[in-house]
Ligand binder design. Structure first.
Ligand SMILES: Cc1cc2nc3c(=O)[nH]c(=O)nc-3n(C[C@H](O)[C@H](O)[C@H](O)COP(=O)(O)OP(=O)(O)OC[C@H]3O[C@@H](n4cnc5c(N)ncnc54)[C@H](O)[C@@H]3O)c2cc1C
Length: 378
């Protein structure tokens, strides 16, 4: 686990002041928004309770083309051309039409941050009144406020597990190598959900995700790790939203998990956080460059997110159906899906929900001379 570096005590000097854009949250979604604002001349401040890249928030699996499109291959660890799916009655291998990769979280955040020219401060965001954001280091204001703070949606209305549409995910990171990206759809690990093993260089990320927030996944995460002869060490877990929420509310832009942008069924939320972060950042760029009013950006970004509603609902339907398939039928059903035409078709559509072409041309790091960077912190 990364050691804690976030400033403490006397180093936590008071914060105040006005900015053009306040981006709350410095993980995938927040850093993608900041990247789109680079070179706009806007005073952009990014806030997070931890230093950038300090706290890993996922197993860090993503379609390889997204890493390439974003200029983030420097954080790459391993690539997989196939997906191995285990059920109690057999194993199937899906040869994918595109590859998945694992990456290193601190390195990816560092590379993404290097593409922006925003300032950064560590602060815990507590809430908002109008265009004033309250933090544990003081109040900051900006006409444009982005909530990229994850599932809690701190700057919106409350969301409490286990009643909210949230899944539960937990993984361990033993030092162990592997060759395959594997999934387990097996009720001995989780009644509704799946287990996974994602090798990433010298570590493997082994975990269990439950679509039912009431099912605790700690014991079965340990069980899966032990089944694979791996040590259940270096835990990392969180709630994962599985339903789209309004991407704008009361003048605030919500991006990534705070808007429920994580895909149901697969719980893939990194590329969608990047995708919607880029979409939001483009609208905000038009605002700070004087090409559109904030109200237009709110409307356009909200409509863009809403236009994905039916795709997210279709994935949610599949999330509800798969756990109801009797275990004996599961293996033949997945085996039938091994057919190349079906895999190409289904995974092609799946990638198209948030395609890598949306990222545009890869960016290089912003040249330091132009920066007003307070802390890169990685
Ligand atoms: C165990 C697990 C494994 C996963 N594996 C994958 C995977 O392999 N691939 C995939 O695509 N998705 C995966 N996901 C889902 C993915 O992690 C999320 O969808 C993704 O991280 C969402 O990105 P985000 O930037 O919106 O939010 P987050 O990554 O959650 O970032 C939120 C940021 O806000 C900060 N923050 C939160 N509250 C405050 C506050 N009050 N004040 C200041 N800062 C705050 C946090 O420190 C954090 O930096 C996984 C999830 C879990 C739980």
């Amino acid at each position: 686990m990364p050691t804690r570096r976030t400033t403490r005590g006397a180093d936590r000097t008071p914060l105040s002041g006005d900015h053009d854009v306040l981006i709350c949250g410095a993980s995938f979604a927040g850093l993608a928004v900041a990247r789109e604002l680079a070179g706009s001349g806007a005073r952009v401040l990014v806030l997070d309770r931890y230093e950038i890249g300090e706290r890993q928030t996922s197993a860090c699996g993503i379609p390889t083309e997204w890493l390439r499109a974003m200029g983030l291959m420097g954080s790459h660890r391993q690539t997989f051309g196939r997906l191995v799916v285990h059920t109690p009655f057999g194993t199937s291998v899906l040869e994918l039409p595109w590859t998945f990769s694992t990456f290193d979280y601190p390195e990816l955040c560092e590379l993404l941050w290097a593409q922006s020219d925003a300032s950064f401060e560590t602060a815990k965001v507590n809430g908002r009144s109008g265009d004033v954001v309250h933090t544990d280091r003081g109040d900051l204001s900006a006409p444009v406020v982005v909530d990229a703070l994850g599932w809690r949606r701190v700057l919106g209305s409350g969301y409490q597990p286990p009643d909210a549409p949230l899944s539960r995910g937990l993984e361990v990171h033993p030092w162990a190598v592997g060759d395959e990206m594997e999934l387990w759809i097996d009720r001995k690990y989780v009644p509704a959900g799946y287990g996974w093993s994602f090798p990433a260089g010298d570590e493997t990320r082994i975990g269990v995700g439950s679509f039912d927030p009431r099912f605790h996944v700690k014991d079965t995460t340990v069980m899966l790790a032990e089944h694979l002869d791996r040590e259940p060490v270096r835990y990392q877990g969180n709630w994962i939203p599985h339903r789209l929420r309004a991407a704008t509310d009361d003048g605030v832009f919500f991006v990534g998990d705070s808007a429920g942008h994580c895909l149901p069924l697969t719980a893939e939320g990194i590329r969608t956080a990047l995708y919607f972060g880029i979409a939001c950042g483009r609208e905000l760029r038009a605002v700070v460059e004087g090409r559109q009013p904030i109200a237009a950006a709110l409307a356009r970004y909200g409509d863009f997110s809403d236009s994905h509603h039916w795709k997210f609902e279709a994935m949610l339907l599949a999330q509800r159906v798969v756990p109801r398939v009797p275990p004996r039928l599961l293996h033949p059903s997945i085996r039938a899906m091994q057919a190349k035409r079906f895999v190409d078709w289904s995974f092609g559509h799946y990638l198209d929900i948030a395609p890598p072409s949306f990222a545009g041309e890869p960016r290089s790091a912003v040249v330091a001379d132009d920066l007003d960077v307070v802390a890169v912190g990685v």
